[in-house]
Design a protein around this ligand. Structure first.
Ligand code: NDP
Length: 493
C-alpha cells in the first residue's frame, strides 16, 4: 500500500525512475512529441494491450476467496484427499457470472448464473464449474455453439433477439426444464449470496477400495434463496448495473462472509443402468426423494480479491481439472466442456495460464510440458522427457480418476438412451405443478409473456404456446391469453 504523504517514485515497467507523470517530451512548448520518450510510448503501448479477449460466455464475473471445510466423513464414497477427514479445510476461489452478457453488461438481467469453484487441494487444483440451476438447456456439447449464438446478438443488427431465443428453445424442447427455471424468479437472483450452486452434471466418486458412485453437488446458500421480481431486476439494471458485484464485495468487506452448505446426491454405480431417468442427461435432476441430499461440508467466501483483473478476469477454471478420487460421467455436455474450457484459456490468456498466481496449484507441479509465452516456472536442470535416467518425475498408477466401462459398440452419433420416465417436459411440469407456489406460477407466466411479446413473430409465438402447454396445460393457457390468444389449441394449430 502506498503512503499518500510519502509516495514512491513512478517508474517504467522496467523499474527505471520516470521524470514526469504529466508532460511528454516535445521540441519546445509547441513542437512535435518525440518517439524517444520511451516512457510515454511504453505507457501508450501497454494501454493498448490492457485487455485479454473476454470470455465468449460468462464474460462478466465477480469473485472471492475463501475455504471449503469437510463436515461429514465421506471416505466411504471418495478417496479425494481434500475430503479425507472431518474438519479439513481447503483454500478456494469462486467466480460467479452471468452467461450471455458482455464484460460491461448489467448484473441483474434474466440469465443463469455461473458458479465456478477452484479448490487448491494438496493433489492439485480441483475445479467445479457449475451454475445456479440444477439442469441445462441442451444435453449434447455439439449444440452449445448453436444455443449460445441464439442467446447472443443478431449477425446484421448486433442486437439481441427474443425471436431467435424462442425459435431455438421451441425447436429444442429438451430446453423446457431449464427455461422454466430461467423464467421463474430464480432467473433473477437478488444477490450472488442468495442463490444456490449446482454441479448440474453428474460426476463420479471412487473410494479407496475402488468402489464407484455417481454424484451430484448442491451448494445451498446459507443466506437463503432470494430473488428479484422481473420489475425489480429491470429497475436495478438502471440503478446499479454492478449491483451483484458490489453486494458481494461490500458484504465481505464488512466481515459478512457468504456461506454455502454442500449437499451431495450419491447413486451407487450399478443403479444408473435402471434408474427411471437417464442419470447423465443434463436436462434432468435426480428427484430428492430418490437420492436424498447428504450434507458433507461448507464453503465460506471471506476475502475479496486484491486486484480484479489478476484474480477474477484471469481466473481460469476447467471441469477437466479433477483430482484422484473424483471423475467424470457419460454426460455428453460434460465431456465437451472438459475440452472446451482449457482450450478457451489457452487462447484467452495463453499457454502458461496455469502459472498465474490465481490459477497456480498450491501443491508441487512436476510436469514435462515446458516453455511457451511468458513461461517463468521451470524445474531447472531436471529432465524434459520421460522415461529418463536422471531422476525426472514418474507417474503414479494408483492416482487414477474413476472411469466407467463401455461395451464394444459401433462408432456412431447416438442420442441418450431413454430410460423409463424420460421425456422433455415431465420434470419441467413437476417443477411448475409440485414445487412452485401460486405466486411463483403467476410470475413465471408473466415473465414468459413479457419476453415472448417483445419482437417475437406470430409463428414462433404459436410454438411458444405449444411449448408451455406441453410443460403444463394451465401455464400454456395463461401464456396464450397473455400473448393475446384466447385458446391455446386454436392458436397453436
Ligand atoms: P422436491 O420437492 O424434493 O424438491 C424441489 C426442489 O425444487 C426444492 O428442494 C428446491 O431445490 C427447488 N425449488 C423450490 N422452489 C423452487 C422454485 N420456485 N423454482 C425452482 N426450484 C425450486 O422435488 P424433486 O426433487 O422431486 O424435484 C421436483 C422438481 O424440482 C424438479 O423437476 C426440478 O425442476 C426442481 N428441482 C429439483 C432439484 C433436485 O435436485 N431434485 C433441485 C432444484 C430444483 P433447492 O433446495 O435446490 O433450492
Amino acid at each position: 500500500m502506498s503512503d499518500a504523504k510519502n509516495p514512491p517514485t513512478t517508474t517504467t515497467n522496467g523499474g527505471i525512475p520516470a521524470t514526469s507523470d504529466d508532460n511528454s517530451l516535445t521540441v519546445g512548448p509547441n513542437g512535435p512529441t518525440l518517439l524517444q520518450d520511451t516512457y510515454v510510448v511504453q505507457k501508450m503501448q501497454h494501454f493498448n494491450r490492457e485487455r485479454v479477449p473476454e470470455r465468449v460466455v460468462h464474460a462478466k464475473g465477480t469473485g472471492a476467496h475463501g475455504f471449503f471445510e469437510v463436515t461429514e466423513d465421506v471416505t466411504q464414497w471418495t478417496s479425494a484427499s481434500f475430503l479425507s477427514e472431518v474438519g479439513k479445510k481447503t483454500p478456494m476461489f469462486a467466480r460467479f457470472s452471468t452467461v450471455a452478457g458482455e464484460l460491461g453488461s448489467a448484473d441483474t438481467v434474466r440469465d443463469p448464473r455461473g458458479f465456478a469453484l477452484k479448490f487448491y487441494t494438496e493433489e492439485g487444483n480441483y475445479d467445479l464449474v457449475g451454475n445456479n440451476t440444477p439442469v441445462f438447456f441442451i444435453r449434447d456439447a455439439s449444440k452449445f455453439l448453436d444455443f449460445i449464438h441464439s442467446q447472443k446478438r443478431m449477425p446484421d443488427t448486433g442486437i439481441r433477439s427474443n425471436d431467435m431465443q424462442w425459435d431455438f428453445w421451441t425447436l429444442k424442447p429438451e430446453s423446457a426444464h431449464q427455461v422454466t427455471t430461467l423464467f421463474s424468479d430464480r432467473g433473477t437472483p437478488r444477490t450472488l449470496r442468495n442463490m444456490n450452486g449446482y454441479s448440474s452434471h453428474t460426476y463420479s466418486w471412487m473410494n479407496a477400495k475402488g468402489e464407484r458412485f455417481w454424484v451430484k453437488y448442491h451448494f445451498k446458500t446459507v443466506q437463503g434463496v432470494e430473488n428479484f421480481t422481473d420489475a425489480e431486476a429491470a429497475a436495478m439494471v438502471v440503478a446499479d448495473p454492478d449491483f451483484h458485484r458490489r453486494d458481494l464485495w461490500d458484504a465481505i468487506a464488512r466481515g459478512d462472509a457468504a456461506e454455502w452448505r454442500l449437499e451431495m446426491q450419491i447413486m451407487p454405480f450399478e443403479e444408473a443402468a435402471d434408474y427411471r431417468f437417464n442419470p447423465f442427461d443434463l436436462t434432468k435432476v435426480w428427484p430428492h426423494a430418490d437420492y436424498p441430499p447428504i450434507t458433507i461440508g461448507r464453503m465460506v467466501l471471506n476475502a475479496n480479491p486484491e486486484n480484479h483483473f489478476a484474480e477474477v478476469e484471469q481466473a481460469a477454471f476447467s471441469p477437466g481439472n479433477l483430482v484422484p478420487g473424483i471423475g467424470l460421467s457419460p454426460d455428453k455436455m460434460l465431456m465437451g466442456r472438459v475440452f472446451s474450457y482449457h482450450d478457451t484459456h489457452l487462447h484467452r490468456i495463453g499457454a502458461n495460464y496455469e502459472q498465474l498466481p490465481i490459477n497456480s496449484a498450491k501443491s508441487p507441479v512436476h510436469t514435462y510440458t515446458k516453455d511457451g509465452p511468458m513461461a517463468f516456472r521451470h524445474a531447472g536442470a531436471t529432465p524434459v522427457y520421460a522415461p529418463n535416467s536422471y531422476g525426472g518425475p514418474q507417474a503414479d498408477a494408483s492416482k487414477e480418476i474413476p472411469m466407467w466401462w463401455v461395451e464394444a459398440a459401433e462408432i456412431g452419433r447416438y442420442a441418450y438412451e431413454l430410460h423409463a420416465e424420460d421425456d422433455d417436459f415431465g420434470q419441467a411440469g413437476a417443477l411448475v405443478r409440485n414445487v412452485m407456489t401460486p405466486t411463483d406460477r403467476e410470475h413465471l407466466a408473466s415473465n414468459i409473456v413479457a419476453h415472448a411479446s417483445a419482437g417475437v413473430s406470430p409463428e414462433i409465438q404459436a410454438r411458444v404456446i405449444t411449448y408451455w402447454t406441453n410443460v403444463d396445460a394451465e401455464l400454456g393457457s395463461r401464456v396464450a391469453s397473455g400473448l393475446g390468444y384466447g385458446n391455446p389449441a386454436s392458436k397453436a394449430a
